[in-house]
Every structure is written in C-alpha cells, then in structure tokens.
Design a binder for this molecule. Sequence first.
Ligand SMILES: [Zn+2]
Ligand SMILES: [Zn+2]
Length: 54
Amino acid sequence: MELRCTSCGKLVEAEKYWIRLKCPACTDQEIIRCEKCRRLSVQYKCAKCGFEGP
Ligand SMILES: [Zn+2]
Ligand SMILES: [Zn+2]
C-alpha cells in the first residue's frame, strides 16, 4: 500500500515528518499529512465522509 498525503497526494514513505491520524468526524478513515501540508495547514478532505479540516 502506498502512503500518500491526503492533501497533496505526495508519497510520504521516504519522508521523516508526516503524521497519520483518524478523521475526527467519522474516526474511521485515515488521514495522512506530509510535513509541508502540516506546516502550511493545507486543508484535507476525508475520502469517506467528506469532512474537511486543517
Ligand atoms: Zn502534503
Ligand atoms: Zn471522515
């Protein structure tokens, strides 16, 4: 399985600083954020419930 940033689609496997979290709305879908998107607070969208958040 490829680990890609939910916001920008970049592969994060080779990177050090990225986080994996559960969608705060449905607590089911995993959200992956690369360092850049975290730093810039880029919006993400849950693929399951459509929740959008920073
Ligand atoms: Zn990203
Ligand atoms: Zn969700």
